[in-house]
Design a protein around this ligand. Sequence first.
Ligand code: NAD
Ligand code: AHE
Ligand code: ZN
Length: 428
Amino acid sequence: MAVPTTFIDSNFATRTEYEASLKLSGEERLVAEEKAGTAREASIEISSGPSPITCKAMIAFGVDDLREELIVVAPPRAGEVRVKVLCNALCHTDIYTLSGADPEGLFPSVLGHEATSIVESVGEGVTSVKVGDTVVPGYTPQCKGSDCIFCISPKTNLCPKIRGTQGKGLMPDGTSRLTLKSDGSTIYHFMGCSTFAEYAVLAEISCAKVNPELEPSKACLFGCGISTGLGAVWNTAKVEPFTSVAVFGLGAVGLAVVQAAKAVGAYPIVGVDTNPKKFELAKKLGCDFCVNPMDQGDTPMQQVLIAQSPTGFGYDYTFDCTGNTNVMRSALEAAHRGWGTCVLIGVAAAGKEISTRPFQFITGRKCMGTAFGGWKTRDAIPMLIEKTLRGEIKVDHFVTHNFSGVGGTADAIKALHSGDCLRAVVTY
Ligand code: NAD
Ligand code: AHE
Ligand code: ZN
């Protein structure tokens, strides 16, 4: 017998009840879920477990071909969690993959990886989250296994446990939970998240359980860009007070770098961007001055910055937040003679390579990269959200655009291309 598909969230007896709950936040939502719990328990008694769910999703069918379709999201298998996605913030990396520039990009797929969600059902053996928990999906998991040399090491967050299958657009058992409703064809997952859809299936080790008190439209920011910028400064570079910092690219990631550098007392902080509309907010958040490479004639940016640096020998820390390999070279070469550190955050397109003279390293510069700012996902995202709730991290300014419904993702993409957008949050 075919298992019936349903639109109904298993946290609530009816869709109306569920939709009403979306208008609530934090504690109110938990109380509503508690009330609905009786209905949930009753339905569990007569079913043999979670059913497939039909829901709306934006499918990337090919390069820049994004369309809203119905998908069927299969129940979570062992070690997996199915979540109802509340909202998703668009990250530049989604657009990069949609554009075909990602060597790992797969079509057809459900993109999206910066989201807030609620656990709808769990697979066998899942213990760290339960139905109703608020979860921010992590694109880098944290398995916490005593045999995982990466999770044990304080030097990295790069747990490789599911990276192989994740890069192939599949769940850890090598299969997909997503199919197109119209013809049953397979749809690939993306970055272990796929949150351009009303429901997603995640590996349990990718689920950061967070305090539901923070509005979903703010919590989602910690799934990628903001955490990355903060961590690049605090974990990867370990910027110290009174050191000089240059930030290339003042999008959401670059501005989070500026904020984190200001918080540790770096001085001066220079922001570099080809879009001067970014300068006002950058200065409010901590930049002492900003420079537009377009205003420098033929002089390379590294030369301009070195000349303006406090010592005349470059900046103690430089960050690339653009993904442009020429800018990466400038960032490296603008790092201080003898000790400067350059941190690469931006993601470069397929086939792009960075070049510089080895002399840059011989004369003391270092170059590092960071994935998700070095944060161990399941430990760090909840902690960053608590800091935000205590007012220690300000994030409101990052949400420049809001849209609703999965289809609003197309508008979010337009907004991100406009040059005025830091993060466009789509609430489903
Ligand atoms: P964004 O597009 O919002 O910001 C990029 C900024 O760079 C824009 O303000 C743009 O005007 C500026 N810029 C473009 N070309 C420039 C140039 N030649 N010189 C100076 N400035 C220039 O993107 P974002 O969301 O802030 O992400 C930034 C980069 O970080 C992207 O490449 C993204 O894929 C990457 N990223 C990496 C990680 C990671 O873990 N390593 C995480 C998130 C995002
Ligand atoms: N798939 C690309 C690499 C993409 C990439 O570097 N991704 C960043 C995160 S960007 C988030 O917006 C990252 O952290 N990568 C670590 C990882 O394991 O993917 C390619 O070049 O193949
Ligand atoms: Zn991202």
